[in-house]
Ligand binder design. Structure first.
Ligand code: CA
Length: 234
């Protein structure tokens, strides 16, 4: 039997953290609660969670800042919980290395569905596939085993989801995908998803990858349809 997956819940409000813990435990996960940023970072090292649910309002550190600190040490998927609802905050949350975002009050079944989807995607993504581990186009090399991307030999730092999106597009190079298809392929929950997530991720990948992000060489916008990875018409 596989070991249960471990979910770290970073939240100081005990009524919320307990409900989440109970719910994910019933669904076969192991859960640990950290009530502040310090405990969360300790748990990250000692407990090695498979998934992190991070509340933005914490007593000792801003959740966004904590998200950034976690991302410096770990690629574990992070879902941010927030009472703030504006799109600006959503974009900000994703910009600091979070993989997903939910606004309070949230539905436990939707939270569970998203956690399941992230972990399922990671499983299928991590599955051995010897012929497709290393893709190379022009001067860009995308190595799935090492989760690394180099352009002209220079390593580019991408978050896990940025990497997966780039890898997916490049693996199917010259094929056009809609935002909904990409959301479904990488996040796995098109029915819940917000397609602007894809726009944000594509922009961030371009900013890291492209010499001129507004005139991209690798990921092309196909107006009215979506995106494709293609060097052909560069
Ligand atoms: Ca809180």
């Amino acid at each position: 039997m596989n070991r249960p997956r471990k979910i770290l819940i970073i939240e100081d409000e005990q009524d919320i953290s307990r409900i989440i813990k109970d719910y994910v435990t019933i669904n076969g996960y192991e859960a640990l609660i950290a009530e502040n940023g310090r405990d969360a970072l300790l748990a990250l090292d000692s407990w090695q969670p498979d998934f992190i649910v991070l509340d933005i309002m914490l007593p000792d550190v801003d959740g966004i800042e904590l998200c950034r600190q976690i991302r410096q040490k770990s690629q574990t998927p992070i879902l941010i919980l927030s009472a703030r609802g504006s799109d600006t905050d959503k974009v900000l949350g994703l910009g600091f290395g979070a993989d997903d975002y939910m606004t309070k009050p949230f539905s436990l079944s939707e939270l569970m569905a998203r956690i399941n989807a992230h972990l399922r995607r990671m499983d299928s993504f991590g599955a051995p596939s010897p012929h497709e581990d290393r893709l190379s186009f022009g001067n860009i090399v995308i190595d799935r085993k090492a989760y690394s991307v180099t352009v002209g030999g220079k390593e580019i730092a991408l978050s896990a989801k940025e990497f997966e999106l780039l890898f997916y597009l490049s693996k199917h190079n010259n094929q056009v995908f809609s935002k909904a298809q990409l959301l479904d392929a990488i996040w796995g929950y098109a029915e819940y998803g917000d397609e602007s997530t894809i726009t944000v991720y594509i922009r961030r990948i371009r900013e890291k990858l492209e010499a001129d992000p507004s005139n991209p060489v690798y990921i092309k916008t196909v107006w009215g349809v979506g995106y494709k990875f293609s060097l052909d018409d560069a």
